[in-house]
Design a protein around this ligand. Sequence first.
Ligand code: OGA
Ligand code: NI
Length: 385
Amino acid sequence: MTGCLQSWPEPVVRVQSLAESGIISIPKCYVKPLSQRPSASSSNNINNNNSSISKSSSSSHTSTPTTTSSEEEIDIPIISLEDLFSDEERVRERALSLLSEACKEWGFFQIVNHGVSHELMKNVKAMWREFFGLPLEVKQEYSNSPVTYEGYGSRLGVEKGAVLDWSDYFFLHFMPPALRNPDKWPSLPPSCRDLIMEYGNEVVRLCGKLMKFLSINLGLGEDYLQNAYGGDDIGACLRVNFYPKCPQPDLTLGLSSHSDPGGLTLLLPEENVAGLQVRRGDNWITVKPIPNAFIVNIGDQTQVLSNAIYKSVEHRVIVNSQKDRVSLAFFYNPKSDLLIQPAKELVTKDRPALYPAMTFDEYRLYIRTKGPCGKAQVESLKSPR
Ligand code: OGA
Ligand code: NI
């Protein structure tokens, strides 16, 4: 099954080099079909095989389904971690209920007062910016292959002739420590490896806290999710995205619509360049990052484990002609060889298990082969009833 994943099907082109070459029109392989372009009207830009999310969410906000995201006033919920830990029961309960709604209705929220040093967040972002600013030859030493994806890459998926996204990235394993290979991490800038370690540890800690609140809100013991994902042996990886300026941003996407395959994602975005769009019913909502917040989203494995009480929601990235953008997506995942299935406690006669048991290793082969495909994968798993 992994035979098809040995190498890229076409020569790799760095999008950053293309952008810096001064072209005024983008190569055809980045031009999206009309229905996927950023400005496609909402009625035709959702290739819908999705059910519950669009129905439940469109009733809970006031916009009309014909407006496009840029006209939307609403944004994803904001949750304060401090409030979740408050001594005051009222504050705690309110924060828990906001979080619950965010996980069920949005699949996305921003987390503030999260305890991760703002200085560290700033430094790690600046360091990765510096990495992408290094000469091409330096970055090429880390060129990745689809076997593990570790390293410097420019595409997701190995389908020949696929329409590509307008971005480059750096992907690395952080957990379990046995998979951590600092030799595959950049040696420049000099602070790189230490900063990845420091940042990774902080973010893993924060994810651990969030997992407890997610479990509690599902009516499970506070350690349920963490244990189901492998306890101390969870997996974690970092994908640093670089979205170069694009001369024709209306024709392409920085990252095509997808849901994240793993457990939970913590995204550190650029604060002053919009890019991330989250699907809400028939609309795309452009997220406005709050300074020093993380954007959190539910991954497919958490949708499976919660028997679809929590939703992993489609999202995508738009680009622009004015500013490039860096984002750090930290994926907190189940240990890759554990079977993940709906929690027994959440399976009832009225709500049978919606998904079969599967390991994360098996699951993520799909996105690694086909590239970003909206929610096609998790939806296709639904057991026939
Ligand atoms: C991702 C992702 C969003 C962004 O890397 O999976 O959704 O804003 N990134 O870069
Ligand atoms: Ni994503």
